[in-house]
Design a protein around this ligand. Sequence first.
Ligand code: SF4
Length: 376
Amino acid sequence: MAGIYIHIPFCHQACNYCNFHFSTSRSKQELFVEALLVETRLNRFALEKVSSLQTVYFGGGTPSILTALQLRRIMDALHSSYTIDPSAEITLEANPEDINPKSLADWLALGINRLSVGVQSFDDDELKWMNRRHSGGDSRRCLDEISSSGFTQYSVDLIYGSPLQSEEILMQNIEVLSGYRVPHISCYALTAELRTALQHIIQKDPSQAPDPDVQAARFGIVTSQLTSLGYEHYEISNFALTGMRSRHNSSYWSGQPYLGLGPSAHSFDGLKIRRWNIANNSLYIQSLQQGVLPFEEEILTEDQALNERVMVSIRTAEGIDLNAMREQYGSEEAGRLLSMSGPYIREGYMALEDERLKLTDAGKFLADGIAAHLFR
Ligand code: SF4
């Protein structure tokens, strides 16, 4: 399944926890679009032999910041370089402040058929603390508008575990989403990443740091509430109603090749070559003005490729497929993974089902640590 990720590196303002690549200065937005059109034409890494695209994902940054005309030009460039399968999933990340009946109609007309909405919380104090630009009321309004717009597939992002978020606020956030029967929900623990405003806030006032024990308890609430509401917990941070999984993200997790366009975007050939574009808007534009693709690449060793596969697949409901591991890396490797998992299975953090090693609910919050122990 072939997919393209397009990184739109602009935001209206900087959220305090965010370490993605973006600029709040939009003076180069038009030049960026021109450069992206050039890259779309020149860069076919990982997709050289691909005849049709199954998924397109506009991420960022804030893709909903683009004008309808800019998005139209990007979609036209994709159509010129690829056949986009008629049933392709085409997702746009959108923030509540950019969502209105006109923008929704424009996006549908462009062929975008899935939205990922950055709601994060419905609590105004928490949103203000995160330096989000929208209010809880804005999010409710935009969910009403999406529900009556013709978009049947959409996802909402929620953040849990901020120091301002009580258990009651989290429960209310989940209740609002379940009221809308939101088809897909992504839930992330707040983390204090390096070089973010949040990191500075915590340096000055350590009481603002997220508490890992509280976050583990909140993750338990998210998991039990959403699964009891009929959501499938199909990846550590992702929950979907039946048939509403993200096809684009699922293809990352199953190791499929993908091409990333735009500054900071990553690409993978599905085997061992990983590329990433320069994370600087001006240099990205300058390079493409000269017709040069601005990327670096690394060739993964067999150990690195295997470890990555373990790290992403352990996070999914399907778990680590021992038969596939046996086929690709040999019986010895499958045996090693099984024996390394033994203590976790005995302690109830993992289970072996149908030749697949899966995390139990108790193991899910410890996913990264368990994966690291299984690395070769
Ligand atoms: S969280 Fe999203 S909207 Fe906020 S700064 Fe990061 S990319 Fe922009």
